[in-house]
Design a protein around this ligand. Structure first.
Ligand code: ZN
Length: 134
């Protein structure tokens, strides 16, 4: 299993990690299999998107509308860490995806990138786990 350390910014940072995952596929010389990409932690997610400025802005707006920051969260009342919204956003998007590998290549679409999304209310150092199964 490979651990990739990624520095993230606060409040919805979207980072393209596709090349990190493909690098690991290349290194392990896998022809056919799957890549499991997982982020440990309850305020970050892994998903895919077309990694371009417009789509990233639209995603950030949509998340902020679905789970607003400025409402009451029981988590904040209890723990006073102010990231109740971050936990809910991460839970809805999920911590992991699996991508098939064929002919040594991740089978993502041309305009589909694998992204780490950090929802926390402070900067973080994230470990993304990449497990190649063949
Ligand atoms: Zn918390």
């Amino acid at each position: 299993m490979k651990k990739v350390n990624v520095k993230t910014d606060q409040e919805i940072d979207v980072i393209d990690i596709t090349s990190d995952v493909q690098k690991e596929v290349d290194k392990q010389n896998v022809d056919s299999g799957a890549a499991v990409i997982f982020v440990p932690g309850s305020t970050a997610s892994i998903t895919t998107i077309e990694y371009e400025e417009g789509a990233i802005k639209d995603l950030k707006r949509a998340i902020s509308e679905i789970v607003p920051k400025d409402r009451e969260y029981e988590h904040n009342n209890k723990w006073h860490d102010g990231n109740g919204h971050s936990h809910i956003r991460a839970a809805l998007m999920g911590p992991s995806i699996t991508v098939p590998i064929e002919d040594g290549k991740l089978q993502v679409g041309t305009w589909q990138q694998i992204v780490l999304v950090d929802f926390d209310n402070k900067e973080r150092q994230r470990d993304v786990l990449i497990k190649i199964i063949s």
